[in-house]
Write a protein that binds this ligand. Structure first.
Ligand code: AMP
Ligand code: MG
Length: 321
């Protein structure tokens, strides 16, 4: 069982060396903890899929230390350049056409002609990526279908026996995954709402941005990984609850008397996003028979929070994540 080690110059360097040679390392980003593997080593990428129990048709996000690396792997359009200048490093993933012969494992993009790529802002992630010197595939460091980890302890809980190293950089500041923006088609479209909103992207691009996340139930999938059931606690989740039913825990937002836990007593969606996954985990115990969640405004980070909550509340035929 791998125990977390505190982030330091030395442990970040060790993490980079381990990644470079094909081992799996979990590390913090500003969104959630990632399960990293060398994106140029198919063995390492396959090990990520195996450790998570993730279907291999669900492609991974490639993390880079700098813009130059992103540009060697993908065809960077003008829109990509403008968005990277404004939002990188940060919680925005760009889906761009893959360049030929980059050394990137085909498994990383599940055979698609595009690659999802991001430069994370967390100083520990940046130090590790710099030390690795290679692109690093890193989905959230949780077993597929479960709640994403926002602390090193969450990672140890779910994948402690599947990783060589867990670097502890404290709790994640953003708390929900990156926004996935597809720039490989005719017009930009958001495939997954996240840390950067579609409105912010549209303002920078000066053009409308389609908002086309995967449907919560059924329907065609634009992004293979964005399945119905995702981010799911073991207990049933009930949304837009005014109060708890008997036996339910109440996850509040704003001034909610009697909340078991409160995402943000002041009604701040940024604070709520940072608390979301840790509080869902804390309530996901046999002490309750379900989790009722207060309404969250559909604005700013609230868009991503509502997206994750709808997936947590959806029926669960398949485990994804
Ligand atoms: P995760 O790594 O678990 O945070 O999830 C990454 C998300 O990005 C998944 O929903 C993937 O389906 C999506 N994704 C990754 N690569 C691509 C791609 N080339 N085209 C469309 N979506 C992608
Ligand atoms: Mg995930």
């Amino acid at each position: 069982m791998t125990q977390p080690v505190a982030a330091s110059a030395e442990t970040c360097r060790e993490a980079g060396i381990r990644l470079k040679r094909g081992e799996l390392v979990a590390f913090p980003t500003e969104t959630v903890y990632g399960l990293g593997g060398n994106a140029c080593e198919s063995q390492a990428v396959a090990a990520i899929f195996a450790a998570k129990g993730r279907p291999a048709f669900n492609p991974l996000i490639v993390h880079v230390a700098d813009l130059a690396m992103a540009q060697t792997l993908t065809v960077f359009s003008d829109a990509a350049r403008v968005l990277a200048a404004r939002f990188w490093p940060g919680p925005l993933t760009l889906v761009l056409p893959r360049r030929e012969a980059t050394g990137l494992s085909d498994l990383v993009s599940a055979g698609l002609p595009s690659v999802a790529i991001r430069m994370p802002a967390h100083p520990v992630a940046r130090a590790i990526l710099l030390a690795a010197g290679c692109p690093v595939a890193a989905p959230s460091a949780n077993p597929s279908g479960r709640i994403s980890p926002t602390s090193a302890a969450h990672v140890a809980d779910g994948l402690g026996n599947r990783v060589a190293m867990i670097v502890d950089g404290g709790p994640c500041a953003v708390g929900v995954e990156s926004t996935v923006l597809d720039l490989s088609g005719d017009s930009p479209r958001v495939l997954r709402p996240g840390g950067v909103t579609a409105d912010e992207i549209a303002a920078v691009l000066g053009c409308p941005v389609d908002y086309a996340p995967a449907p919560v139930s059924g329907g065609a999938l634009l992004s293979p990984g964005l399945m119905t059931s995702h981010y799911a606690p073991g207990l049933p989740v009930r949304l837009n609850a005014v109060e708890a039913a008997p036996g339910e825990a109440l996850l509040g937002f704003g001034a909610v008397p009697g909340a078991t836990l409160n995402l943000s007593p002041n009604g701040d969606t940024t604070e709520a996003a940072a608390n979301l996954f840790a509080m869902l985990r804390a309530l996901d115990t046999c002490a309750y028979r379900g989790i009722a969640v207060s309404p969250i405004p559909v604005a700013g980070l609230g868009i991503a929070i509502n997206d994750r909550l709808m997936r947590a509340a959806a029926p669960r035929p398949d485990g994804q994540g």
